[in-house]
Design a protein around this ligand. Structure first.
Ligand code: AMP
Ligand code: ZN
Length: 111
């Protein structure tokens, strides 16, 4: 499948790997929108959040976000977790992923 995150998962494309388990991996966003900008990505391909019904995986993505935010030193100052879905959600890569953004105030209550 011609999916950039599947290619990163298969190591066909290089990335800055931060963390990896059997079910997910975490990389730094190539176009960071904050001093810390991580992407938490399931190894299994789901097109978007509506396609994924795996409660353990979804829970682990959130727990990973919090754990890595602590490790990156942005937990106390604060961080934002975002999952964009489809056009209005601003999704550009159609393989489920969660953004973790921190290290500067996130402007606006959303977006
Ligand atoms: P979204 O707009 O929510 O679909 O987010 C996709 C994110 O993937 C964007 O923030 C991109 O900068 C990021 N991205 C795209 N290609 C790569 C890559 N090869 N390595 C790391 N991040 C990437
Ligand atoms: Zn994929």
């Amino acid at each position: 499948m011609d999916c950039i995150f599947c290619k990163i998962a298969n190591k066909e494309i290089k990335s800055e790997l931060v963390h990896e388990t059997d079910e997910l991996f975490v990389i730094r966003d190539i176009d960071p929108q904050a001093p810390t900008h991580l992407l938490i990505i399931p190894k299994k391909h789901f097109r978007d959040l509506t396609e994924c019904k795996e409660t353990d995986l979804l829970g682990n993505m959130l727990i990973t976000a919090a754990t890595l935010a602590e490790k990156e030193g942005i937990a106390k100052s604060g961080f934002r977790t975002v999952v964009n879905t489809n056009e209005d959600g601003g999704q550009t890569v159609f393989h489920l992923h969660m953004h973790v953004l921190g290290g500067r105030p996130q402007t606006g209550r959303m977006g």
